[in-house]
Design a protein around this ligand. Structure first.
Ligand SMILES: *Cc1c(COP(=O)(O)O)cnc(C)c1O
Length: 435
């Protein structure tokens, strides 16, 4: 059993210092631990499924850098290849053989795409995919769903406006109202609302974008029928369907959610896992659609560090390992067992808990109701998560610091590690429900 955490002094000191340099002390907001207690952990190193903070506490990690590390931390093959590549230079601003190799590997093993463009983040991939959809269709309006996150793209930091209108309202300062108005927002899982909107405005819609496995606001698993409905409506009205697979792509299988549900989207976006822990994003589609992108077509998109050779070698080393026979089956089996172990306990104790899961993703919900849309999540349940997060941290288990975040299991989590984590989880849930 891992030690009880007593001291996070150095993390606290470093966080105080970081606040002088960075807004809120961080370079990405949720890292600040605002919705849980204590200072964020300052991690100095990690290996396998364990991370170590500056105070030398070690934690079993279920955040895995927010998803990219499906092979766990410090994967030997990725490390060796990155070191070999970096020893020959870090960036050339030219095409490289490494870029070809990763492109080929992805395309040859994903029947939903013919061509890909590498970028440097998920946000950039989505932003470019939206521009491409607009460029291809010659239309401006887009549809997104409440509860789906697509990075910090202007036109997607938008929620449903008040009243009857589905026209979006921005969720961030600094986004012109005129941009937000081009985005229409619908609830997840509501085919009727989609039908009505498409009847009214279908011929103005450039694209519908969805996380086919929404995993940024809880895990809001959709019915296949709903995703099929999106597909049909897009065909009918000449709009493009974008699957934002920045989390789900390469996570629920090499071909992601498209294959899981057997649905062919028009454009797909990737990120996180695709770079093996380095900054890579990608958007991909058929030849016809991708040939609208510059320098072949009129849709402009570029990047100084796009397809950076070091990142390409990390991505290649990672993705090669994901193609090993049985890789995804094993990940899913481990995750299912882990979840079932905890659920057997919460059921026996009569606790209001459910743990939706798919592939190696899981989410702890403080309800037994099946949750498919954002508005079903009770904000009050986040108080329970806060207690759970704190108690787990004290016992050396690290979950992402928000109850809206999902947990990730990596190939480096062994059965024994998961057993330890499940026992700690039970211990902590007892405290949560006593409080
Ligand atoms: C993480 C994420 C993004 C944004 O990717 P970044 O690399 O953080 O810019 C976009 N879409 C989805 C579905 C994501 O999970």
């Amino acid at each position: 059993m891992e030690a009880v955490i007593k001291n996070r002094e150095k993390s606290a000191q470093l966080f105080a210092e970081a606040k002088e340099y960075f807004p809120g002390g961080v370079n990405s907001p949720v890292r600040a631990f605002k919705s849980v207690s204590g200072p964020p952990l300052f991690i100095k190193e990690a290996d396998g499924c364990r991370i170590t903070d500056e105070d030398d506490n070690t934690y079993l990690d279920f955040c895995c850098s927010w998803g990219p590390l499906i092979l766990g931390h410090n994967n030997a093959k990725i490390r060796e290849d990155v070191i070999a590549t970096i020893s020959k230079g870090t960036s050339f601003g030219t095409p490289t053989k490494l870029g070809n190799e990763l492109g080929k590997l992805i395309i040859e093993n994903n029947k939903y795409i013919d061509k890909v463009r590498f970028v440097s983040s998920g946000t950039e991939a989505v932003m470019s995919a939206i521009r491409l959809a607009r460029g291809v269709t010659g239309r401006d309006k887009i549809i997104k769903f409440e509860g789906c996150y697509h990075g910090h793209v202007d036109s997607l930091l938008v929620k449903a406006g008040s009243g009857l209108a589905t026209f979006g309202e921005s969720t961030s300062a600094g986004i012109p109202e005129a941009f937000a108005k081009e985005t229409l927002v619908l609830p997840l899982g509501d085919s009727q609302a989609l039908h009505e909107l498409m009847m009214k405005m279908g011929d103005e819609i450039a694209c519908i974008i969805i996380e086919p496995i929404p995993a940024n606001n809880g895990l809001l698993l959709q019915d296949k029928a709903f995703l099929e409905c999106l597909r049909k409506k897009c065909y009918k009205h000449g709009a493009l369907l974008i699957f934002d697979e920045v989390i789900s792509g390469l996570r629920v299988g090499f071909e992601g959610a498209a294959h899981h549900y057997g649905i062919q989207p028009d454009i797909l976006t990737y990120g996180k896992i695709i770079g093996g822990g380095l900054p890579v994003g990608a958007y991909a589609a058929s030849h016809e659609i991708m040939d609208h992108v510059a320098p072949v077509g009129p849709v402009y998109q570029a990047g100084t560090l796009s397809a950076n050779p070091v990142a390409m070698s990390a991505g290649y080393a990672a993705l090669k390992q994901l193609l090993a026979p049985g890789f995804y089956e094993e990940m899913e089996r481990k995750t299912k067992n882990f979840v079932a172990d905890i659920l057997a306990f919460t059921e026996a104790e009569g606790m209001e808990v459910s743990i939706p899961t798919i592939g190696s993703i899981f989410w702890i919900a403080f309800t037994k109701e099946r949750i498919i849309s954002a508005d079903q999540i009770d904000p009050a349940s986040m108080e329970k998560f806060k207690v759970l997060h704190h108690e787990l941290l004290q016992r050396g288990v690290y979950l992402g610091p928000s109850g809206y975040e999902v947990g990730f299991i990596s190939a480096a989590h062994t059965e024994a590690d998961l057993k330890i984590a499940a026992e700690k989880m039970k211990e902590c849930l007892k405290i949560v429900f006593k409080a």
